[in-house]
Design a protein around this ligand. Structure first.
Ligand code: PEP
Ligand code: CO
Length: 451
């Protein structure tokens, strides 16, 4: 395998010489240094073996031989590090992946926005209410949401609490998977009541039956029970809070490379992709597979320069581009971006995030997304890639396994008036269990129909 050469002018703290946007301002630098030192001593959350295995799978997806399913909360919260919520999230991701395997006839790479998605970019450093200004809430890794001076003060120890929650989440996910939790044998038990009203009910039931049949066929041919085979599951989060990311970044002598061991697959968000900025500097030196969010504001030359800086050796599996234009803008922007990347000769994995370009606010002030816009952007992404001789290799979704009411539409026909009933997200609206499964089925159906 081609290996990215280690940049010699890089070290885990070299980002500190650059302008770092979206970072909390800690007032107590001694406590900050103590927290970083403690994090630095603690064992890593993931290993380089897992990271390199994932990179290999992503390289296959770049060649069109696999498909990425990446999903989870916009922001995880410490309070929701609970058995029920983790189980439900893992369950929906596994069920979606099975539907996609059947529809796409390709291996599906499962990645959670999980076990570390605790820091959020904000549009302003301060939030003002009734004439009082306090630091913005930047996620549980940084401060607390209630609007009091004490809660909003960035607390360095929260990085340790975040590391612990990530470790607890990952430990539970690994145990569930090892214990055969992926109970894919009984799709008839999937909660599909919601489709009974849908004109697509028959189609959904056909998919569920074919999942069942294929599992039986697979097991009778291989003599192997599928649940005894290890399902691979990887973690990802936005690599936003650089002190936290740096503290778990290690040089591994057996690989002669640096790895960020807080997660398998970090991404650079829309607001921190400045070429000269600290985030790009940090990401340049780690050997994980990484992703970049690409929205309407990212120009062609900027993107081309990012590809060069972040993957100078064009290493397979290293770079993913997650496009998030919105249903209204994808026709205009995706073709130019595909063309701009093509001009560089860079290998990338193309992934569509149909969530972040489709956010809107209701008259009552709820942030929401319409199922129809999400689906429209996904379908457009498949079509535009195909038309341009490129390949959409994955989807990136904000979802939860719970029965929340945050996005409008879907087979059950959630309306604006339903949002108040179970709106739980502190940040962006997520697809609920039913809507997420439905999206997977619609993708599977769409791709099969094109073949
Ligand atoms: C996100 O993924 O939650 C996010 C903030 O995305 P973006 O950087 O694309 O706006
Ligand atoms: Co979000």
């Amino acid at each position: 395998m081609t290996q990215t050469s280690n940049p010699t002018d890089w070290h885990p703290a070299s980002w500190q010489t650059r302008e770092a946007s979206q970072q909390p301002l800690y007032n107590d630098s001694e406590r900050l240094q103590n927290a970083i030192a403690a994090l630095n001593r603690l064992p890593p959350l993931v290993t380089s073996w897992e990271i390199e295995a994932l990179k290999g799978h992503l390289a296959a997806a770049q060649r069109g031989e696999a498909f990425l399913l990446q999903g989870g909360d916009c922001a995880e919260s410490f309070a929701e590090c609970s058995s029920e919520i983790i189980v439900q999230k893992l369950k929906i991701l596994l069920q979606m992946s099975l539907v996609l395997v059947m529809g796409l006839r390709k291996p599906v790479i499962r990645v959670g926005r999980m076990a570390g998605q605790y820091a959020k970019p904000r549009s302003a450093d301060q939030e003002t209410r009734d004439g009082v200004s306090l630091p913005s809430y930047r996620g549980d890794l940084v401060n607390r949401n209630p609007f009091t001076a004490e809660d909003r003060e960035p607390d360095p120890d929260l990085m340790l609490r975040g590391y612990e929650r990530a470790a607890l989440t990952l430990n539970f996910v690994r145990s569930l998977i090892d214990g055969g939790f992926a109970d894919l044998h009984h799709p008839e038990n999937w909660d599909l009541k919601f489709v009974s009203e849908s004109p697509m009910a028959a189609e959904y039931h056909k998919i569920v039956e074919s999942v069942s049949d294929s599992l039986e066929f697979f097991e009778s041919v291989t003599g192997d029970a599928l649940h005894s085979r290890r399902v691979e599951f990887y973690t990802s989060h936005e690599g936003l809070h650089l002190a936290y990311e740096q503290a778990q970044t290690r040089y591994l002598p057996h690989r002669e490379r640096w790895y960020n061991l807080t997660t398998h697959y970090p991404w650079i968000g829309m607001r921190t992709a400045d070429l000269e900025g600290a985030h790009v500097e940090f990401f340049r030196g780690i050997s994980n597979p990484i992703a970049i969010k690409v929205g309407v504001g990212l120009g062609d030359e900027h993107l081309q320069a990012l590809l060069h800086v972040l993957n100078p050796d064009n290493e397979p599996g290293r770079l993913t581009l997650i496009t998030r234009f919105g249903a209204k803008n994808i026709e205009k922007h995706l073709p130019r971006v595909i063309q701009a990347v093509r001009e560089t000769g860079s290998r990338v994995l193309w992934v569509c995030d149909p969530m972040h370009g489709n956010t809107e606010s209701t008259a009552e002030g709820y942030k929401t997304r319409r199922f129809d816009n999400i689906l429209a952007e996904l379908k457009a992404a498949f079509r535009i890639h195909e038309e341009m001789g490129s390949c959409l290799g994955g989807v990136h979704l904000e979802l939860t396994g719970e029965n929340v009411t945050e996005c409008i539409g879907g087979a059950r026909g959630l309306k604006e008036s339903d949002l108040a009933r179970a709106y739980k997200s502190q940040v962006d609206p997520r697809l609920n269990y039913e809507q997420a499964l439905e999206i997977a089925m619609l993708i599977a159906g769409h791709v099969r129909a094109q073949k």
